[in-house]
Design a protein around this ligand. Sequence first.
Ligand code: ZN
Length: 280
Amino acid sequence: MTDRDRRRLLGLAGTGVAGVAAGAIGATAVGAAVADEGAPTDAELEARQATWTGDRPLGVRRVWWSVPTEQPLLALTFDDGPDPLFTPRILDALASAGARATFFVMGTMLERHPELGRRIVDEGHEVGNHTWSHENLTFLDAEAIRDQIERAHRAITDTLGVAPVWFRPPRGALPGAALRVASELGCDTAVWSVSRTISQVGTPPEVLERLVDGLEPGAIVDLHDSIGRGNFMPPFSGLRDELAAKREVEVVALPELLAAIAGMGLSSVTLSELVRSAGT
Ligand SMILES: [Zn+2]
């Protein structure tokens, strides 16, 4: 058996999904290999590969789940905005607590609300790339993945005058092609170590309890200031309303979350600050 056959058997050929649910790859992929019907051909797999066309070596880029640090710092992060329904209230709460955060913006949302993007930067927060329109990258080919990430990168750079150095894939689903494009653009990838974890809407106390459970030095906390793909759904559709209700719960819980962070002697800083403080 060649290395290529072995990788194919394990489902790791092609763009593969890095990081997320890595432990499940073996089990599902062996099943897929037994029933090989419908599996992509070698030619299809090769067509999905991203190709490096730049003139610089990619070097080392990292995927961060949390930051190994002894400093009393962590990073709050907010995905999917900027959104006038949520972002201003979040910025107000952060300002009241003297906290800084990282906002993973969607290119389409920044195009709609550039003034909110500028307010985020003006108030000392960091902006990262959360793709153009929140597609599930694991379902896209390499060309579409590149377009999703590069368009958002250009929108952020053009609108805010600063090139993002952080990328977060929607849903934390990270195909190899996305990791490669982010790396070409000079971005590390941030997923998270803490999130609300309950799939239903929940109440602010319930969500707060889950979030506080995970707080520790170096934690990367995943929160939201908009509704992701819900922004492209018709008004009053069930999923859109449910996403908005979840975000509302997170925003209502935020002042108490910030108080809990301070109560533990911790401070929220931007991802870049957190990494620098750890000396990594
Ligand atoms: Zn998102």
